[in-house]
Design a protein around this ligand. Structure first.
Ligand code: CTP
Ligand code: MG
Length: 168
């Protein structure tokens, strides 16, 4: 249990970054697609309408802001850079996931089991590692197991709350 809580504390900025675009797009009623409606060489959308500039920037900002709160709580300001990397990595990983989904011919919002739940997590972890921050292997493995479970649960709640059109 202790390890799980430590993992959650570490990854929270990424989770928050990932949840923020859903709320933002709901508040502003959409947003500007990052791919600006353009298609890739396969004739399908590069990313799709579900990936917006507003959502991306909002996710990075809110995730990093949460990191500032964490820094104040534990009195360690190094964690802010880590939160920025986690948030940015989560948003880039999420884009990468949508890029793959579009190449597979999946419409915006279509379910892609594991990819939907892990793209942002793997992006966040990759950015932290690339930033030269070491994370125990046990954290990475634990997060790969618990994130899909939490993601399914929270997305179902977001769907019930009317924030998401689909429960995944
Ligand atoms: N969102 C956004 N900008 C982002 C990421 C997400 O505006 N960079 C918003 C969109 O309204 C999106 C919602 O958050 O519909 C949920 O995100 P996600 O489940 O990742 O997108 P999907 O609509 O499922 O699209 P995809 O099939 O590409 O995953
Ligand atoms: Mg989705």
């Amino acid at each position: 249990m202790k390890v799980v809580l430590k993992c959650l504390w570490f990854i929270l900025p990424a989770y928050i970054a990932n949840a923020t675009p859903v709320v933002i797009s709901h508040m502003i009623g959409g947003g500007t697609p990052i791919d600006r409606g353009k298609n890739f060489i396969d004739g399908k959308r590069i990313l799709g309408d579900g990936k917006t500039i507003e959502g991306f920037i909002g996710g990075v900002l809110v995730g990093t802001l949460f990191g500032i709160i964490q820094a104040l709580v534990i009195n360690n300001y190094g964690i802010i850079v880590q939160a920025l990397l986690l948030s940015l990595g989560a948003m880039v990983g999420d884009l990468f996931g949508s890029f793959i989904k579009r190449r597979l011919g999946l419409a915006r919002g279509a379910p892609a089991p594991l990819l939907d739940q892990l793209d942002f997590l793997l992006g966040a972890i990759a950015f932290v590692l690339l930033g030269g921050i070491t994370i125990p292997k046990s954290y990475i493995l634990t997060l790969i197991v618990i994130t899909p479970l939490l993601h399914v649960g929270t997305n179902y709640l977001a769907y019930k709350a009317g924030l998401k059109k689909v429960p995944w």
